[in-house]
Design a protein around this ligand. Structure first.
Ligand code: PHE
Length: 462
């Protein structure tokens, strides 16, 4: 006897869970630093085009595949698209597995900064503190890294263990509103800083001469990463949606919130960098640590009540990361649950423990273990973490996304997709024909073109 499948309590519950998956380290940590590395402006514009032209249609496609089949990713693709499509689902599960293994490490950093800022707030900020140096020390401390990742993995497992209602839904409902509030407060403080005009210009003034072809791939890859697309997280979450909820409206809200939050986080961080003397050099040495290098400056100089907001902010970063890691673990664990009949509790524990083995490799690849930290598979990417992230973000997610858009556009019938999207609740601005055109032609062409260009012109691929 199969148990009845759980469903989200309401559209809002689904939106919050899916937005929680989308908003995470991709927005707060990764987007600012890749925007910096790619010189802002033009990169941001390409990214926004990818979000609108590729991300949004695929978001709708993934949710509809999930809702239609009421199965997690492997079963969903088999059922909604065709029997052979299970392999694309398996690719997604693998991708979720690897992504979760290294994402947890950065999430662990937010725990470190929580404890650190709490200490400063309660006593005092050490005189002459160089946040760049502090960052370098913490990432290369192997024991510390393992401990932080372990704590974070246990938290992820605990939430997924509790299930859709008591775990995922309850957590995302509490966390997201507070996160929005704090970010707005930080934005207002940042905009009052003298460097904010320069920051906004850097982000929004396009200069196409600065954009390298590798940046195109990065913008495309990141649009998948930040929206949790291309590996079945949205298919899996979509499988807990029931038919009374409009896919189109919910997708638009998720995509919009995710994009706005990424831009806000970037404006905040760049305002600090352009305002504080010497900060550009400090950050320049390790753009990866931008979130942890530039923000502490803001809290202890400019922000009203920064003493309080600092620690609170890093708790929220951790929670934003947690609402993403649970969606990754859910993809992997629900595969065992749906396809192999393993009970949720057991599946969550098995998957969580196996993923952690690989987390260890990523945790030690920031200097703690030299061999893990220095090898270079992809040009310019050093160490396990950087290479795993490059491979997942820029290759696994876009190829998975390409397969999903081809599946939804060419292998599912018009009746099947239109009956899901035109469910009587769709908003007036939505035209099914436009969606179908994008999912059949624009999205696959864009993803295919970027992949081919990079492969054949060898830009970023060594
Ligand atoms: N979207 C998440 C972020 O921006 C990362 C993620 C990717 C989560 C894929 C789930 C699936 O941080």
């Amino acid at each position: 006897m199969q148990e009845q499948r759980a469903h989200w309590g309401s559209s809002v519950a689904f939106i919050l869970a899916a937005t929680g998956s989308a908003i995470g380290l991709g927005n707060l940590w990764k987007f600012p630093f890749i925007t910096w590395d790619n010189q802002g402006g033009a990169f941001v514009l390409v990214y926004l085009a990818c979000i609108a032209g590729v991300g949004l249609p695929i978001m709708m496609a993934e949710i509809l595949i999930g809702r239609r089949s009421q199965r997690s990713v492997v079963g969903a693709l088999k059922e909604a698209v065709g029997p052979g499509w299970g392999i694309v689902g398996a690719w997604g599960v693998l991708c979720g597995f690897i992504l979760l293994s290294y994402y947890t490490v950065i999430a662990g950093w937010s725990l470190f900064y929580f404890v650190q800022t709490l200490g400063w707030s309660l006593s005092a900020v050490p005189p002459g503190l160089q946040t760049g140096d502090l960052f370098g020390q913490q990432v290369s401390n192997g024991r510390l890294q393992l401990g932080l990742s372990l704590v974070f993995s246990v938290a992820t497992v605990a939430v997924v263990y509790l299930g859709i209602h008591r775990g995922i839904e309850r957590l995302t409902r509490t966390v997201l509103p507070i996160l929005f509030g704090i970010l707005l407060l930080l934005l207002f403080s940042a905009l009052r800083m003298e460097g904010s005009a320069e920051a906004v210009a850097f982000i929004f003034r396009p200069n196409f001469a600065e954009l390298e072809p590798g940046g195109l791939l990065e913008a495309l890859g990141h649009s998948f990463f930040t929206l949790s697309l291309g590996m079945g997280a949205m298919i899996t979450y979509g499988s807990y949606v029931d038919r009374s909820q409009s896919i189109v409206k919910m997708s638009a809200v998720i995509v919009l919130l995710d994009t706005v939050i990424a831009l806000i986080a970037t404006v905040i961080m760049f305002s600090v960098i352009f305002s504080v003397a010497g900060m550009e050099d400090q950050v320049g040495a390790s753009t990866v640590g931008m979130l942890f290098i530039s923000l502490p400056e803001l809290f202890y100089s400019e922000v009203p009540f920064g003493n309080w907001l600092g620690p609170l902010f890093y708790v929220l970063v951790a929670l934003a990361a947690l609402t993403s890691t649970i969606s990754l673990l859910e993809v992997v664990a629900s595969y065992l649950i749906d396809q192999h009949g393993v009970a949720r509790h057991k599946s969550t524990l098995i998957c969580g423990a196996t993923v952690f083995v690989f987390t260890i490799l990523a945790a030690l690849s920031f200097g703690a273990v030299p061999n893990l930290s220095s090898f270079e598979l992809f040009e310019g990417k050093q160490g396990w973490f950087a290479n795993a992230d490059h491979f997942v973000s820029n290759w696994m997610l876009p190829t998975g996304g390409l397969a999903i858009t081809i599946g939804a556009g060419w292998f599912m019938s018009r009746e099947a997709t239109s009956s899901e999207l035109l469910d009587g609740n769709e908003p007036g601005w939505f035209h099914y024909g436009v969606w179908r055109f994008f999912i059949r032609f624009i999205a696959p062409a864009a993803v295919g073109a970027v992949i081919v260009a990079v492969l054949f012109f060898g830009v970023d691929f060594s």
